[in-house]
Design a protein around this ligand. Structure first.
Ligand SMILES: [Zn+2]
Length: 305
């Protein structure tokens, strides 16, 4: 089912990382700059992430002896230093997720670089280490993002959805390890409801969401894949969902032969097996297109709406 499976450490059947994007209220300020301060209920829902969910999640993973990767917009780090301290104390990795959750593909390349460098400096100052990995806010990887990551010497990107196992992203400037996920593994489509952010979907029960995550895990376990969840503390750190999360972790441990690791450790493993010749990755070359496809010129009438 997977054409080019890679050897996981200790003979594991698959690799698993629960990653958490602690966006807090950055997304509300980004969406409603001049009125976010007046949207108190929405702020309280989003602040639940750093204030309540992060300590709970760190406790949970300490109980299981697991370390995870947390992606934090740097503005959230400055705003919620206690959450940063809790995450670091738990031994987890903090990775790059923009400054204020700005969308790289809505930025000019020099703006993108400015926010990237500003956020990197905050991470270096508050964690004592430069960031090793990046996830584009809202998956908005731009045509310039790979250049920025290569130039900054990052070890991996975790923004894209192009495979079931790691692969290499490459352009004229260089290469980076891609650790992919996909939307079914994100908690947003399962749980997000917010009038202020215009998401009015019916939330799934924790069990329904876990059914999706578990099916993904079972398939990855069977065929040697990479299971990366993209979860938000303010969504998945809610009590009933956290209880279900603990059951899923127990299920994974009981099934066994799983490599639990941070994304930094996964990227290092990928580089190791490439270097020692035990695995040859698929290489995805960017950009996919130089611009809008020529078949639909500017004068072509709309063919779909
Ligand atoms: Zn985010």
């Amino acid at each position: 089912m997977i054409q080019n499976p890679l050897p996981w450490p200790h003979g594991a059947r698959c690799a698993v990382a629960f990653t958490f994007d602690m966006d807090a209220d950055s997304i509300l300020h980004l969406a409603h700059h001049t009125s976010a301060d007046t949207r108190v209920a929405a702020l309280s829902m989003l602040r639940y992430g750093p204030e309540v969910a992060v300590p709970r999640l760190v406790d949970l993973y300490t109980r299981f002896g697991m370390r995870q990767t947390f992606f934090l917009p740097a503005w959230c780090m400055e705003r919620y230093p206690a959450a940063v301290e809790t995450i670091l104390k738990g031994g987890h990795e903090i990775a790059h997720h923009g400054y204020l959750h700005e969308h790289p593909n809505a930025c000019e390349p020099e703006q993108e670089l400015y926010w990237f460098q500003r956020a990197s400096a905050v991470i270096a100052r508050m964690t004592g280490q430069r960031p090793r990995g990046f996830r584009a806010p809202s998956y908005r990887f731009s045509r310039a993002t790979l250049d920025v990551l290569v130039q900054a010497g990052l070890a991996y990107d975790a923004s894209l959805l192009g495979d079931d196992i790691p692969y290499l992203l490459e352009n004229d400037k260089g290469q980076i390890v891609e650790l992919p996920t996909h939307y079914a593994m994100d908690d947003w489509p399962h749980f997000m409801v917010s009038r202020d952010l215009a998401y009015m979907m019916s939330p799934k029960s924790p069990q329904q969401a876990m059914e999706v995550y578990q099916a993904e895990f079972d398939a990855m376990w069977e065929y040697g894949g990479l299971w990366i969840a993209v979860w938000h503390p303010f969504l998945s750190g809610r009590l009933a969902r956290c209880v279900a999360m603990a059951k899923l972790i127990e299920y994974m441990h009981a099934k066994g032969q799983v490599w639990f690791a941070t994304l930094e450790e996964m990227a290092a493993h990928v580089k190791r097996v490439i270097a020692d010749g035990t695995w040859t990755p698929r290489v995805d070359r960017l950009p996919y297109y130089e611009g809008p496809i020529p078949e639909l010129g500017p004068a072509t009438p709309m063919l779909a709406r």
